[in-house]
Design a protein around this ligand. Structure first.
Ligand SMILES: Nc1ncnc2c1ncn2[C@@H]1O[C@H](COP(=O)(O)OP(=O)(O)OP(=O)(O)O)[C@@H](O)[C@H]1O
Length: 266
């Protein structure tokens, strides 16, 4: 059974259909890259899945459960994890405390004083394990606000890992990062993928990143799903060739809205 499904997912902004009847399903242990020209509807599709915006029509189903009427918090509790919202961080708390709070929230941290005390040790131990995984252990005692942009992103991934979602959604994970920070974040995503039990969705403009990480590519164009499949076949398809590589598509194919090679500007 797929972990996540969208059925005919659609949103209209005034007369503009930003996401138009997108039906797709995503299995555990797979990383799907969602690509398309600027304005194709990729971020809006993410917003519809995570509940940031309400669909005009269609459904979002997680593990067989229809979440279409649920808000963002309920969707997060149900197992949808979205990275890089930046609102997740407590800037004045330490890096470790930020992760510990997420571990505790996931554990449902209540109970007696005794269980709270032992729970607290376990939560910190788990927070430290996660910080080691994302290579932030050396910064554990620093306030979150003191971190570099790249390290903040790692901390956000750590917080998301602490919440143990079923689905990880990354919207341009390397945007705004320095050259030396990029491989660290990509390595994090690669290691999440290697666990084989998570469903990962990645919006990404850089085709080299997509090629190196994706098991599958979904192409959106003017809000519609226009290609979906194994990376080699999708990258070779006329619509992707034209949108990303500047090769003219046959007359029958739709014309992408963005100039060729636009992703290279990111
Ligand atoms: N809240 C909104 N109100 C009105 N129009 C919107 C809103 N959000 C997105 N849009 C429009 O919907 C379309 C899809 O936008 P979206 O940001 O999802 O595209 P994208 O594929 O993520 O683009 P990019 O690659 O540039 O980030 C665009 O035309 C955008 O202007």
């Amino acid at each position: 059974m797929p972990v996540l499904e969208t059925h005919d997912l659609t949103v209209r902004f005034g007369g503009h259909v930003a996401v138009d009847g997108v039906t797709a399903s995503f299995e555990a242990g797979t990383l799907t890259a969602i690509v398309g020209p600027n304005g194709a509807g990729k971020t809006t599709y993410f917003n519809l899945i995570s509940g940031q915006i309400r669909a005009s029509a269609g459904r979002v189903v997680l593990n067989g459960r229809d979440l279409s009427g649920a808000g963002t918090a309920a969707r997060a509790r149900a197992g949808l994890g979205r990275a890089f919202q930046l609102t997740n961080l407590f800037p004045n708390l330490s890096v470790r405390e930020n992760v510990r709070l997420a571990v505790q929230a996931h554990a449902g941290g209540g109970g007696s004083m005794l269980s709270l005390a032992s729970g607290h040790r376990d939560w910190i131990a788990k927070a430290d394990r996660i910080l080691a995984e994302v290579h932030l252990e050396a910064a554990a005692g620093q306030p979150a606000a003191a971190l570099s942009h790249g390290d903040k992103r790692k901390l956000e991934v750590a917080i998301m890992m602490a919440l143990e979602p079923m689905v990880y959604m990354f919207d341009e994970p390397t945007a705004g990062m320095s050259v030396d920070e990029v491989p660290v974040v990509l390595d994090l995503i690669r290691r999440l993928k290697e666990r084989r039990d998570k469903t990962i969705l990645l919006v990404e403009h850089k085709m080299d990143v997509v090629r190196s990480l994706a098991d599958r590519i979904v192409v959106l164009h003017q809000g519609r799903l226009v290609a979906d499949g194994e990376p080699g076949a999708v990258i070779a398809s006329p619509i992707v060739q034209e949108a990303y590589l500047g090769v003219a598509a046959p007359a029958a194919a739709a014309t992408p809205a963005a100039p060729a090679g636009r992703e290279g500007a990111r």
